[in-house]
Ligand binder design. Structure first.
Ligand code: KIV
Length: 292
């Protein structure tokens, strides 16, 4: 786990200013940010208060991740999260955003088993989250998911894909470990990423993937913005789980995580602003603390 001393040494040089009012984040605005090489910032949130504070601190995107199964519900993995639980939390976050600037792009995670049966099932599940306030849905995996992504995108639902360590398949992967290592695994991940972009995915979370692979994919994928978590500096944006970046994760803290609250004397809004600033400037993630 990161200590206060390390935190201060890396990101604590001065209080980062909290964002001025801005226009709502949209797909065209994300593409503009990408075109001018501005990093996209994303954090997970699960309730109205944190969402509102993140919005006011200038976080570009909020992911209502199914990680809520572990950090809010105390489940051993994300596998047990239901669509109804996701709907409840997306709606809570959406209401929080209405109380602040309301400019943050809101991504809702489709939980395990809610898009696997058929494209029609995926559409029904995505509809639930979009009607709860999401601007985009996220789903995990490559290969068979490309067809599902195409079906949703053709029906006006923006989609964020997720490759690398995909927590919903943790049992098949044999644990929370780095993915895409070695030529064969890297080639498969690259193929899946291109298929997802070709199917219309506008965003792609790359979780625990070696930095050289994540960086080259970011250069190759022009219309699909890569958002890294434990995937190095080269992605178009970064995401962290809220509880990890506040240093209150009850489990094992991933090596690549930084405790942003440790350097702000408990000022949560400032911790979010410092995260935004560290990602935009390229100071975070830290090369020395990679996961691969
Ligand atoms: O559910 C989640 O929070 C996620 C992030 C780790 C990207 O998928």
């Amino acid at each position: 786990m990161t200590t206060t001393t390390e935190a201060t040494a890396v990101y604590g040089a001065g209080k980062q200013s909290i964002a001025a009012p801005r226009k709502p984040i949209s797909l065209p605005r994300l593409a503009e940010m990408r075109a001018r090489d501005e990093k996209i910032t994303m954090l997970t949130a699960y309730d109205a208060t944190f969402a509102s504070v993140m919005d006011a601190a200038g976080v570009d995107c909020i992911l209502v991740g199914d990680s809520l199964g572990m950090v809010c519900q105390g489940l051993p993995s994300t596998v047990g999260v239901s669509l109804e639980t996701m709907r409840y939390h997306v709606e809570s976050v959406f209401r929080g955003l209405q109380r602040s600037n309301g400019t943050t792009w809101l991504v809702g995670d489709l939980p395990f088993g809610t898009y696997h049966e058929s494209k029609e099932q995926a559409l029904r599940s995505a509809t639930v989250l979009m009607q709860a306030g999401a601007h985009m849905v996220k789903l995990e995996g490559g290969g068979w998911t490309a067809e599902v992504v195409r079906f949703l995108v053709e029906r006006g639902i923006p989609v964020c894909a997720h490759l690398g360590l995909t927590p919903q398949t943790v049992h098949a992967l044999g644990g929370y470990r780095v993915q895409g290592k070695g030529d064969e695994a890297a080639a498969l991940l690259r193929r899946h990423a291109h298929e997802l972009q070709d199917a219309g995915a506008q965003m792609l979370v790359l979780e625990m993937v070696p930095e050289p692979l994540a960086t080259s994919l970011t250069e190759e994928l022009k219309t699909c913005h890569t958002i890294g978590i434990g995937a190095g500096k080269g992605c178009a944006g970064q995401v962290l789980v809220l509880h990890d970046m506040l240093g209150i994760n009850l489990g094992r803290m991933p090596k690549f995580v930084h405790n942003f609250l440790a350097e702000t004397q408990g000022d949560v809004k400032q911790a979010f602003a410092n995260y935004v600033s560290a990602v935009k400037s390229g100071a975070f993630p830290d090369d020395a603390k990679h996961a691969w």
